[in-house]
Design a protein around this ligand. Sequence first.
Ligand SMILES: *[C@@H]1O[C@H](CO)[C@@H](O)[C@H](O)[C@H]1NC(C)=O
Ligand SMILES: *[C@@H]1O[C@H](CO)[C@@H](O)[C@H](O)[C@H]1NC(C)=O
Ligand SMILES: *[C@@H]1O[C@H](CO)[C@@H](O)[C@H](O)[C@H]1NC(C)=O
Ligand SMILES: *[C@@H]1O[C@H](CO)[C@@H](O)[C@H](O)[C@H]1NC(C)=O
Ligand SMILES: *[C@@H]1O[C@H](CO)[C@@H](O)[C@H](O)[C@H]1NC(C)=O
Length: 353
Amino acid sequence: MQWKYLALALLVERALGQGGTFPGNITIPPMLRFQCSQLVVERLDPLVNPGLIGSPHIHQIVGGNSFNASMDPATHDLVKDSTCTSCTFADDFSNYWTAVLYFKARNGTFKRVPQIPNLMLNGTGGITVYYIAQTVAPSNVTAFKPGFRMLVGDAAATNKQEQRKTCHRCMPKDGENLWLNCASPDSQELPTAPCAGGIRSVITFPTCWDGKNLDSPDHKSHIAYATGAGATDVGPTGVCPSSHPVVIPQVMYEVVWDTREFNDKSIWPADGSQPFVWSTGDSEGYSQHGDYVFGWKDDSLQKAMDNRCTGDACPGTMKTQTTEEALKCTVPQTVNQDLEGWLTELPGGDLPH
Ligand SMILES: *[C@@H]1O[C@H](CO)[C@@H](O)[C@H](O)[C@H]1NC(C)=O
Ligand SMILES: *[C@@H]1O[C@H](CO)[C@@H](O)[C@H](O)[C@H]1NC(C)=O
Ligand SMILES: *[C@@H]1O[C@H](CO)[C@@H](O)[C@H](O)[C@H]1NC(C)=O
Ligand SMILES: *[C@@H]1O[C@H](CO)[C@@H](O)[C@H](O)[C@H]1NC(C)=O
Ligand SMILES: *[C@@H]1O[C@H](CO)[C@@H](O)[C@H](O)[C@H]1NC(C)=O
């Protein structure tokens, strides 16, 4: 299976309701793919800066409304403490978050880039979330346990990363580009030319777990990427290292940044460089990162994986809610921050980095 067939897969999935083998012997793993609308855009990071009101950079957050600054893993129960979720799968109270993209004007002020829902999905802003199972049945992936957390990417990164885990796709005006996710011409760097359909940011999590630790000091050591043949294919493929033998679902985020209102090159920097900057202050693109705190109700995620659920519905296995209901789930900002104006500095820009 190659990523370039994913768009096709997503169309076919509508008819078949699960992964399978399609004309040309293209094999698609079963995968949940659903929209989680914006819960809040906020300077909190309960994973990396627990308890800190006013994290060094701003994030966009989706999922269950128990999200807050502390989320102490010993006491915080995302399922019990949430009363709603901004995701369309009604039993998913997990939280997902990423950095925020800004446009930097010639006069040096910053404007937040709005987000739009991904292809074939509805909602407002937010993240398209994937959970991908193994291609070959039975799907032996082990769903996450309560308290599980993880992080991909590095907010301080200033160089190209070894693994293709975060990247940018310059989207065409209509529809999908049929090429391998995170392979050329996708890039770890932000695109250098205007993108007619916006910029899609992709974050891919590892598929191997040590089987013991729900988290680790760097939020990464308890998980690992697979290696060997197929390791860069979609889904939990390749071989897990013996230190991290348990195969977990592949979590992936896609965030579509609607850069269209900024695509006029006459407002781009006069030196020809590109004008977008992550909320970390990074205009290269390497600092994009994704945070994950597991919060599915009971064994609903395991069931979805076992039943090879695909797409944004799985009748009989998974409870869904409408986009309208998901949109009602928001939380107020803790740190008051202007999200719409032209800012003289990035949120948190007054803090030492
Ligand atoms: C698809 O797989 C079948 C069975 O392995 C094989 O007979 C057929 O030639 C393959 N078709 C293509 C287009 O590769
Ligand atoms: C976060 O939520 C938990 C559970 O609802 C609560 O006990 C805790 O006090 C909250 N923390 C903050 C900083 O709001
Ligand atoms: C800076 O530039 C932006 C975009 O051109 C404009 O909307 C804004 O008013 C300008 N701000 C100032 C203080 O000149
Ligand atoms: C998205 O919106 C379209 C058009 O209104 C509708 O046909 C479709 O059912 C919606 N999908 C979801 C998952 O809400
Ligand atoms: C799943 O587990 C069963 C039983 O251990 C095994 O026979 C099968 O090969 C496994 N499937 C995959 C895709 O690893």
